[in-house]
Design a protein around this ligand. Structure first.
Ligand code: DX5
Ligand code: ZN
Length: 239
């Protein structure tokens, strides 16, 4: 089923470090709902990205924007107190990064943050079933994790549908987030299949001719229009 709302979550890994403050401000002016912050430890993925401190600085300047932390680390549990201290709103970690997925999800929630897991392209969607009731969101990787700017894997699309089916089967309402290479054709297809959160990068909001602010607005409007049309269509179909 189509999503009922669209959340634009620009991935700050796509910012130029030299111009980061300015670009973040432009994202805010463009109506970004969340900031997606990649945290890597150089072990779970062979790369590094942001320190946790950036979460606190963003939150201090933009308290109304939700900070969505994507942990690509081998010991997610050890990051939780610092994330809480820095006022992270949403925290996701990879299902294969800990033997204690359920305990980690519960700990995130106990700290007052929203909890999610991240599923890699090589992992089955059904992996979430044993702990599905502890999920506020699921991040579906549509590239291999570790680097910004890769191409969307088109065979991820049926996996969005599968996630949506699992939500219905278990009568739960976690959000579906799409992370990696999001572009217009694939984002529209994901919206039709039920995804709500879009981790946007260089194909949608960064490096666009009309600039970050206009590109952000354009992305939200385009996807929201898709939903409106679909909701209209389904109303007509039912009547
Ligand atoms: C990849 C990261 C993504 C990435 C998304 O490991 O998880 O968040 O920064 O940005 P794009 O879509 O540009 O790859
Ligand atoms: Zn990410």
């Amino acid at each position: 089923m189509n999503a009922t709302r669209i959340i634009n979550a620009p991935s700050l890994a796509n910012c130029s470090f030299m111009d980061m403050g300015q670009q973040v401000e432009e994202l805010v002016q463009g109506g970004a709902h969340w900031f997606h912050v990649d945290i890597m430890d150089g072990h779970y993925v062979p790369n590094l990205c942001f320190p946790v401190r950036i979460v606190g600085e963003l939150k201090q300047k933009y308290p109304a924007i939700d900070i969505d932390v994507h942990l690509m680390v081998t010991d997610p549990m050890s990051y939780l107190p610092l994330l809480k201290q820095n006022k992270a709103d949403w925290v996701s970690f990879h299902v294969d990064s800990t033997n204690f997925t359920r305990r980690t999800l519960v700990s995130i929630r106990e700290l007052g943050m929203k909890a999610g897991v991240v599923i890699n392209p090589s992992q089955s969607i059904s992996v979430i079933e044993p702990f599905i009731r502890f999920l506020d969101y699921v991040v579906l990787m549509t590239v291999e994790p570790g680097y910004a700017g890769q191409k969307f894997m088109v065979d991820s699309l049926p996996r969005v549908t599968e996630l949506d089916r699992l939500r219905k089967k278990h009568d739960v309402n976690f959000l579906i987030s799409i992370d990696g290479g999001v572009d217009y054709p694939n984002a529209i297809e994901c919206a039709r299949r039920g995804a709500e959160v879009y981790v946007t990068g260089i194909y949608t909001v960064f490096q666009q001719e009309d600039g970050i602010t206009a590109a952000c607005r354009r992305f939200e409007k385009t996807l929201s229009d898709v939903l409106k049309t679909q909701i209209g269509d389904s109303t007509i179909a039912q009547s």
